[in-house]
Design a binder for this molecule. Structure first.
Ligand SMILES: Nc1ncnc2c1ncn2[C@@H]1O[C@H](COP(=O)(O)OP(=O)(O)OP(=O)(O)O)[C@@H](O)[C@H]1O
Length: 480
């Protein structure tokens, strides 16, 4: 026996037991009462001396102490109906020198009132917990599944099928597509279809977080890491996403310095908080997305080749909307349904004329742009059918749309359009000319030319490569 306990007078020990467990009963292996404190005896209207040696079931109504003394299995926080009330009881097997000798029972709450008092204190904590749970569910779970990815064009269908197929694995995925093509939607759907779906989905927009904050945002920091660091430190997105998925959006905008740090994390599968000195193991699936041509960026030394290979294990190419014109009615109707719910409307239809206009636009903003157009239409619509009048002017007044609307041949003749070319060809021709003109104006200086067109250096290089524009072609123009 503990020496310290031996020093205590017996009546002290008795009182301490009474305080520690307001009501307590001890039985032997046969369920006979060995000890029951005064207050418990009082509650069951028995004399303490009288109960010793009695079967516990004869002393305490609905007792299960004799079971616990036999099975050795504890029963914790069990509701115990007694004397027209319900108390909450704990029953523990009593092992002495590894041998089951009986059981000890205590009462946590003696009646509903006790429980009520306690729950009053617990209630705000539960409420707070629910609040965080809801926030967690809202922010850290996938919001879309594959069934919400609309489109049946072969190229889109192939992208969707590939993404669905690789959902179950833990390999890195690179989503490539123009802005608004649905890269984030794909990332959500992949997480939702993966075994990680019960764990967090964490999105990080690498382009929107300032370079000096990105490291602590991704990997967290320890207390005192820098001035203004929170007490106790802060978890980074990788730690939050543990066992789940991290979606690194706009990965092409990450600085080379951060790319090295990210590569290390992907290789080592552990992170180190800023200001911390012990690595933390993490199990996170990475989905990265970009609208930029990473292969070209690698050539230009703007993106690390080793990181590119790490992220590019599975590449999913999401086609732009202009390359899947056949999907427009399907997507437009699905978006319309979504917006009807948002604006509490129903029965809205899109006229055929509008579908024609939508199909003829080149959609630089892709599905996001289409969503905005439909939302505008729903907002300004008074009846139930969307007609060209509700479309934004830039679509309505687009010369190519006017041709579709206005079948007067004189209008066609007045317009500059040559219908021998497709819309895509016309756009590309204009874009190529703009790149050449910018280069001529900037005297061949590519950085200056990119500035003139208000696009990034790497996008400008992509265009030069895409349109096969050669230095001597520009020199010719400059000379003239
Ligand atoms: N196939 C689709 N079916 C239905 N809705 C879509 C589809 N693709 C995109 N959307 C919708 O278009 C909008 C833009 O999609 P999302 O944000 O996923 O694009 P993104 O490629 O990630 O864009 P960014 O690169 O600008 O971040 C979202 O509101 C999304 O719901």
């Amino acid at each position: 026996m503990n020496k310290m306990l031996q020093c205590l007078p017996f009546n002290w020990i008795q009182e301490i037991v009474n305080i520690a467990a307001e009501w307590i009963v001890v039985v032997d292996r046969d369920g006979k009462v060995l000890y029951m404190n005064e207050s418990y005896c009082k509650f069951v209207d028995r004399d303490p001396d009288e109960v010793i040696g009695m079967d516990v079931q004869d002393v305490i109504e609905n007792s299960r102490m004799h079971f616990v003394a036999k099975t050795g299995q504890a029963e914790v926080a069990e509701i115990h109906p007694i004397k027209n009330t319900e108390m909450v009881a704990n029953r523990y097997p009593l092992f002495i020198d590894n041998e089951l000798v009986g059981a000890v029972g205590t009462v946590m709450f003696r009646n509903a009132q006790d429980w009520l008092e306690y729950s009053k204190k617990v209630e705000p904590l539960i409420e707070e917990l629910n609040y965080y749970k809801k926030r967690f569910e809202k922010e850290l779970v996938s919001k879309y599944s594959f069934s919400q990815l609309i489109g049946s064009t072969p190229s889109f269908h192939a992208a969707k099928q590939l993404a669905e197929k690789v959902s179950a694995s833990s390999s890195a995925i690179l989503l490539f597509g123009e802005s608004g093509t649905g890269k984030e939607l794909f990332a959500h759907a992949i997480h939702d279809a993966s075994p990680r779906r019960l764990f967090p989905f964490v999105r990080v927009n690498c382009a929107s977080i300032p370079e000096h904050l990105l490291e602590s945002e991704l990997f967290g920091y320890d207390e005192g890491a820098f001035t203004g660091a929170k007490r106790g430190g802060k978890k980074g997105k990788f730690e939050i996403a543990n066992r789940g998925t991290i979606f690194l959006d706009e990965i092409g905008d990450m600085s080379l310095n951060m790319q090295s740090k990210l590569l290390r994390v992907l290789q080592e599968k552990e992170i180190e908080r800023v200001g911390g000195n012990s690595p933390i193991s993490i199990d996170v699936r990475v989905i990265a997305a970009t609208h930029r041509n990473l292969e070209d960026m690698v050539v230009l030394k703007e993106f690390r080749q080793d990181l590119y290979y790490r992220l590019n294990v599975i590449k999913v190419d999401i086609p732009p909307l202009r390359e899947r014109i056949q999907d427009i009615p399907l997507i437009a109707n699905a978006l319309l349904k979504k917006l009807e719910r948002k604006f509490h409307r129903h029965g809205i239809q899109i006229s055929n004329e509008v579908f024609q206009i939508l199909k003829s636009h080149h959609w630089p903003g892709n599905v996001r742009e289409l969503e905005n157009v439909i939302e505008r239409c729903v907002n300004v619509l008074t009846g139930n059918v969307i007609t060209p009048e509700q479309l934004p002017l830039y679509l309505y007044e687009n010369p190519s749309n006017k041709i579709l609307l206005n079948h007067d041949p004189s209008h066609y003749i007045k317009s500059d359009l040559k219908l021998t070319k497709s819309l895509k060809e016309l756009i590309e021709e204009t874009e190529r000319n703009a790149v050449i003109q910018a280069l001529v104006e900037a005297n061949g200086n590519k950085i200056e030319a990119a500035k003139l067109l208000d696009i990034s250096k790497s996008t400008f290089y992509e265009k030069i490569k895409y349109y096969n524009i050669h230095r001597n072609e520009i020199d010719e123009f400059i000379k003239n």
